[in-house]
Write a protein that binds this ligand. Structure first.
Ligand code: NAX
Length: 326
């Protein structure tokens, strides 16, 4: 007998990241080639026609694994029975908007979505927040979903992780599959710290393969500001790579990472001195459907300073949305 379908909700379904993600999800790239999926596309009224258009194209793709597609602007219906929620839709930062305004505008989205997940989602729900500011949006959603275990709320730093691996591989002229042990710490923002202390390329330490001055200077800067580089070169923000990273994140979470680790933002349990509850990126492995942070990695003064600076930013973001934290 075939497997029961997994219900996947994607918010911001009319947007560009969703457009790059949904067809791959329906094709089985995220949950496996034998796992049927039912899709729920949640949009706001301004975006719903675009989402309806995507639904038409999904039908026209005749994906054997795709059981059903529902388009809705109703938040309760959007999360009803959902097993995997990709929270992509968010309020973008517009000209003249301060970070505080951005956080507040997004609080108005992620607090009700957290409550709806709490009330309507399946008991095994797993949540990935992609919409920026992703870490703090995830914190807001998590704090508004008191009946869901906190560890089920994560934010996307896999794109940063993939960028960190890809840019290193390109720099040293190695295939990216040879890169292991990269860690991205902190916030999904320019303060993030892509860390190569424990990274290897083809089994050799990254710090031997590449110049340490480059690793701690231009490399960190380039990875952390890659989003802006993409906008400048492509003319719009990362879409296919963000979609691919979201799929990688959920696939690894559900199906496991094996011995390799990746990077994931999740509510801290005090690891590496990061205050409890803060949604912060750590190196992590997954098995049995659960993330476990890679603990006890050595961290020198430079790395500890970078992590502390990013954590300070996360704390400031948390304090700015205090009244939304349930
Ligand atoms: P788009 O502007 O193409 O699409 C966003 C869609 O979300 C729109 O269709 C809009 O109608 C919808 N939306 C807005 N509020 C909603 C709500 N309350 N419920 C449901 N849908 C809603 O943006 P896109 O390029 O797809 O990016 C989406 C988000 O991802 C942005 O916040 C962006 O900053 C963020 N990103 C996060 C990344 C990460 O690594 N964490 C990287 C890529 C990306 O920049």
């Amino acid at each position: 007998m075939g497997k029961n379908p997994v219900t996947v909700t994607v918010t911001g379904a009319g947007g560009q990241i969703a457009y790059a993600a949904l067809f791959r999800i329906a094709a089985g790239d995220m949950l496996g080639p034998d796992q049927p999926v039912a899709l729920k596309l949640l949009e706001i009224p301004e975006g719903v026609r675009a989402a309806e258009g995507v639904a038409l194209e999904l039908t026209d793709s005749a994906f054997p694994l795709l059981q059903n597609v529902e388009v809705t602007t109703d938040i309760a219906a959007g999360f009803d029975g959902t097993n995997v929620a990709l929270l992509v839709g968010a309020r973008p930062r517009t000209k003249g908007m301060e970070r505080g305004d951005l956080l507040e505008a997004n609080g108005g989205i992620f607090a009700p979505q957290g409550r709806a997940i709490n009330d309507y989602a399946a008991s095994d729900v797993r949540v990935l927040v992609v919409g920026n500011p992703a870490n703090t949006n995830a914190l807001i959603a998590q704090r508004n979903a008191p009946d869901v275990p906190a560890e089920r709320f994560t934010a996307l730093t896999r794109l940063d992780h993939n960028r960190a691996a890809g840019i290193l591989a390109e720099h040293v002229g190695a295939p990216v599959a040879d890169v292991e042990g990269v860690s991205v710490w902190g916030n999904h923002s320019p303060t993030q710290y892509p860390d190569l202390t424990h990274a290897t390329v083809g089994g050799r330490p990254a710090y031997e393969v590449a110049d340490p001055e480059w690793i701690r200077g231009p490399y960190v800067e380039r990875v952390a500001k890659r989003g802006a580089e993409i906008i400048e070169v492509r003319g719009s923000s990362s879409a296919a790579s963000a979609a691919g990273a979201s799929i990688d994140h959920i696939r690894d979470w559900v199906l496991g990472t094996g011995e390799r680790w990746t990077s994931v933002a999740l509510p801290s349990e005090g690891w590496y001195g990061v205050p409890e509850g803060l949604v912060c990126s750590f190196p992590a492995r997954s098995s049995g459907g659960r993330w476990s942070v890679v603990e006890d990695l050595s961290m020198d003064e430079f790395s500890a300073g970078k992590l502390a600076a990013s954590v300070a930013e996360l704390e400031a973001e948390r304090d700015a949305v205090e009244e939304l934290l349930g």
